[in-house]
Design a protein around this ligand. Structure first.
Ligand SMILES: C[S@@+](CC[C@H](N)C(=O)[O-])C[C@H]1O[C@@H](n2cnc3c(N)ncnc32)[C@H](O)[C@@H]1O
Length: 125
C-alpha cells in the first residue's frame, strides 16, 4: 500500500522479526527490500542496504507487549536512525488500546522521544 501510494518515489525497507510474517510479506511484496531483524537493529539494516538516515519510519510495532526498557531501546535506536528533519510515525489497531501492558511502566514514553503526538482514526480501506 505504501509503495503504491509513493508511486516509485523513495526507497522502502521493511523490518520484521517473525520469520512467518516475513515470508507472508515477501510473498505479497516480492519487490520490496525486507529484512529479518529486530527493529532495534534498524541502523544495521540501513547500512546493509547502503542507505543513510531514514526520512520516514512507519511502525506497527506492538508497543504494549514490550517492557519499558525495550520501548526505550527501540525509540532510542529509531530516533538515532532518522534524519534530523525525519519523521517517525506509529499506528496500532483499535483493539490494542484494550490490551494490558507488559509492565507498569510500559506506557509508551512519548514525551521523552516524540515532540508531537496525535491520535487519528483511519477509515477502513
Ligand atoms: C501488529 S503486527 C503488524 C503486522 C503488519 N506489519 C501490519 O502492519 O499489519 C506487529 C508486527 O511486529 C512484529 N514485531 C514485533 N516485535 C518486533 C521487533 N522487535 N522488531 C521487528 N518486528 C517486530 C511482529 O512479528 C508482528 O508481525
Amino acid at each position: 500500500m505504501l509503495a503504491a501510494r509513493l508511486g516509485g518515489r523513495g526507497h522502502q525497507i521493511a523490518i520484521e522479526a517473525d520469520s512467518g510474517m516475513l515470508s507472508f510479506f515477501r510473498r505479497h511484496q516480492p519487490d520490496a527490500a525486507a529484512h529479518h531483524a529486530d527493529a532495534a537493529d534498524i541502523q544495521s539494516v540501513l547500512e546493509a542496504e547502503g542507505r543513510g538516515p531514514a526520512d520516514v519510519v512507519i511502525s506497527c510495532l506492538p508497543w504494549t507487549l514490550f517492557t519499558h526498557a525495550k520501548q526505550q531501546l527501540l525509540l532510542e535506536r529509531v530516533t538515532d536512525a532518522i534524519a534530523p528533519d525525519g519523521v517517525f510515525t506509529t499506528f496500532t489497531y483499535l483493539q490494542g488500546l484494550a490490551l494490558p501492558t507488559v509492565d507498569d511502566q510500559a506506557k509508551l514514553p512519548v514525551g521523552e522521544y516524540v515532540q508531537e503526538a496525535e491520535q487519528d482514526r483511519l477509515r477502513p480501506c
